[in-house]
Design a protein around this ligand. Structure first.
Ligand SMILES: Cc1cc2nc3c(=O)[nH]c(=O)nc-3n(C[C@H](O)[C@H](O)[C@H](O)COP(=O)(O)OP(=O)(O)OC[C@H]3O[C@@H](n4cnc5c(N)ncnc54)[C@H](O)[C@@H]3O)c2cc1C
Length: 356
């Protein structure tokens, strides 16, 4: 059972010349807005559903932070300033070329519902990324990836509001500088672009079935039976069997990124552990889960933080854990891995706020 901290929320209506008024909720608890169910209180919370509201609400003198579905956040107890919850909705489809479509979607749409919507329209491409929690705006932020696909392979462009220039802008895929679980939005180069819409180029793209779990599950099907819908169904089943149910076991998916190594580092590692990496150009990416598992962390519980027994990349809040508890366990896991394999694991979720 979780106790919800009420931080004496107060509501203020802000009338604007531009658009419908929006509400400013002061001392707002984010307990129900993050998938780890951490207690955290922000000075000001504002839900914005249009670009005009976003522009108005972002002209704020103090620190600004942004929230989507809250599924990749490690929230500390206190967040200063204003948090904008991006709720811009809407989906439009424009034919692009034979069998291909440009699909533009608002940052506030739920990611999985959007994926299933495109598939229901007969537009394939996003099927390997089914059932990833969160909203559309959070997806380019960390260039989500799963089961052999990365979002960057399917993005056409990203629209956002630039807080530095106070202008809307469209970033091409190249300008987004996507890399493994990273993008220009996450890096320091352009730290202040609030994503409002993402446009994908989707349609009759080649199917991706190379990832081992997907390939194994589909091995009983004839090649002509395999389509975008079947891959989505397969990915959903695999995810449901491996990952904890979010309602029961609060988590943020992978807590650690998979390390990317040089050929020499990889060869050295292979001298210490039986592990298989995947080529990424010159580099090789290795599964962090294998390294953590080899150090016997699978199924271990420290205080209120549990290392998930079916996937040791996932840390679960067993109730009442804090961001510090998660960081402590993550540091212990990383220390073990570093001591044995000389590799420091990097955290995947975004840390927001401060200790009170
Ligand atoms: C059970 C589970 C499984 C997961 N599996 C995967 C997986 O397979 N692959 C994967 O890559 N990730 C996975 N994740 C992580 C997470 O779901 C994704 O990173 C997701 O895209 C985060 O989106 P969100 O809307 O929840 O972002 P949030 O958690 O709300 O925010 C994350 C970051 O993005 C920023 N942000 C959010 N919206 C905007 C915006 N509109 N403009 C600018 N910045 C913004 C926030 O400020 C924050 O820094 C998983 C998480 C869970 C809980």
């Amino acid at each position: 059972m979780y106790s919800t901290q009420i931080c004496n929320s107060q509501i203020f209506r802000v009338a604007t010349a531009l658009t419908r008024p929006f509400s400013v909720l002061r001392n707002f608890s984010l307990f129900n807005f993050n998938s780890l169910k951490l207690e955290s209180c922000v000075d000001e919370y504002v839900h914005v559903s249009t670009l005009a509201q976003l522009v108005e609400a972002s002209s704020f003198a103090g620190p600004l932070n942004f929230l989507g579905g809250g599924s990749n956040l490690l929230l500390r107890p206190k967040i200063d300033g204003r948090l904008l919850h991006i709720g811009v909705e809407g989906i439009s489809v424009t034919p692009f070329s034979e069998g291909k479509y440009l699909v533009r979607v608002g940052a506030g749409e739920n990611w999985h519902k959007f994926v299933m919507h495109t598939l229901s329209l007969g537009i394939g491409g996003l099927e390997n990324l089914a059932l990833i929690p969160g909203n559309v705006g959070g997806a380019p932020y960390q260039n989500i990836g799963a089961y052999g696909r990365e979002l960057s392979e399917l993005v056409h462009s990203v629209e956002g509001f630039d807080l530095a220039t106070k202008e809307t802008r469209v970033l091409t895929k190249e300008e987004c500088q996507f890399s493994y679980r990273d993008s220009v939005f996450r890096s320091e180069v352009i730290p202040h672009v609030i994503i409002t819409h993402v446009t994908f180029l989707l349609g009759n793209l080649p199917l991706m079935t190379k990832y081992r779990d997907v390939r194994d599950t589909l091995s009983g099907y004839a090649r002509e039976e395999i389509d975008h819908d079947l891959i989505a169904e397969t990915v959903i089943k695999i995810r449901q069997s491996k990952l904890p149910d979010l309602d029961e076991f609060p988590n943020v998916g992978s807590f650690f990124k998979n390390p990317t190594l040089s050929k020499q580092q990889y060869d050295r590692l292979r001298g210490k552990i039986d592990i298989v990496g995947f080529s990424q150009g010159e580099a090789i990416r290795v599964p962090a889960a294998r390294l953590i598992d080899a150090q016997k962390w699978k199924g271990k519980q420290v205080g209120n933080v549990l290392v998930w027994h079916r996937q040791p990349l996932v840390l679960v809040n067993c109730g009442g854990a804090s961001a510090t508890d998660f960081l402590d366990v993550a540091a212990r896991v990383s220390d073990d891995v570093e001591q044995h394999y000389d590799i420091r694991l990097v955290l995947e979720p975004v840390i927001m706020g401060r200790d009170s």
